[in-house]
Design a protein around this ligand. Sequence first.
Ligand SMILES: *Cc1c(COP(=O)(O)O)cnc(C)c1O
Length: 477
Amino acid sequence: MTRTVGNHQSPSNPAIHTPDYRVLPSVDQLLRSIPPRDRGSLNVSIFAALFAQVLSDAREEIAGGVPLTRDTVIDRARAATLAVTTPRLARLINATGIIVHTNLGRAPVSRQAASAMAEVASSSVPLELDPETNQRGGRMSEISHIMRLLTGAQETLVVNNNAAAVLLALSALAASKQVIVSRGEAVEIGGGFRIPDVLRQSGAELIEVGTTNRTYVDDYRNAIEPETAALLKVHSSNFRIVGFTTTPSLSELVALGHEFNLPVIEDLGSGALLDTSTYGLGHEPTIGESITAGVALVMASGDKLLGGPQAGILLGDEKWIAHIARHPLVRAVRADKTCLAGLAATLRHYLRDEAPTTIPVWRMVSATIDDLRNRAENIRRDLTHLTELISVVDSASTVGGGSLPGRTLPSIALRIHPSTQESVDDLAKHLRTKSVPPIYGHIVEGALFLDLRTVLPEQDPELTVSLTATLKPSTSN
Ligand SMILES: *Cc1c(COP(=O)(O)O)cnc(C)c1O
């Protein structure tokens, strides 16, 4: 009955055209127009709800004078179906050259860590039970034990992410008290993590000392009051101040802390367990170095250079960790069994000295230029009909994810020239949306770079197949 809708055309509203709703299919016709493989076994009432929305949007557009065809509406119904049946978080190839890419989900975990996570996800595990006594306990015991061996930290507590770890530590140690931070470290780190805001949220008062580029240990000393609860050090993860700068060393701060019986707590950010400088990068501070320097508490992310699942890791003195573990926020930010299993599996790679060959971020960091060039040449050779579109060029990778800002690692990329009919943005979008799996590169001077440092060697065949299927030689210039 197009009939009721016709009432919208009141004579007092002289329309330039008469909307024709007859193009609109029925819900039943829409249902039949979706190929069974795209239907995803959706419940019929779910289809009805999806299509009612598609039809009502279409009706509105037609009323507004937009000429819609029946096919357009059917396409939209199909797209609406695919939007709910296709997982949005699907695997892709990161050829951006950014090793820890926050928008692409940060560190991919090792094969072993991924299978440990999948295994515990689908089963019951002794998460908080000691099998010997059948008594409650042990949620952190495995990771604490491994971390003690790797870093010397007495105890470890794992929470949802590092932002939660910092908020928790400050809430537990410094609420209604003062925390002294260097002005150059009272900063924003990545997406909305602002040290002054986190401090305020924890109930602690931020006492900024020194200047943006120079802070001395005496600046901290002069700011210590009876209300002071901690000295906070924040690693400047995503920016660098170069030139005329001074900050006290960690050991100077620790000595000052001892003098006044104040804990030094450090937000390390990436929290590497291996030394990045052995791979031609700058030196990213490691968790072990902070523990050795004597800080009371270090906090780091699980999914940056550590190469594990998303987590916030607090390590340090038994007494401080125990104190923090009693805070009510702990329950609100706790890590789940898949995170703990994935983190433990990741840490075991470090126990076995196999991190550089098993943990994806370290495999990417440690790949040699010769290997990258050979792989690039092989891929280019296999793309037989596309070779003139593609060249193998020098490139630069970054660690990303708030580690080693301003430092690059030499790399190798496949450089793809867009065809004359196509812009480089179109080409990049084409590879993101049409290729299976999607390929994410980056644009350099009008060409698309696919940086091989962030592509794992086992992804090369897939990259080749996907490029062959997605790039058309006929569009080359
Ligand atoms: C990345 C980072 C954070 C936030 O960590 P998440 O794990 O993303 O919550 C906090 N502090 C520093 C110094 C960082 O580099």
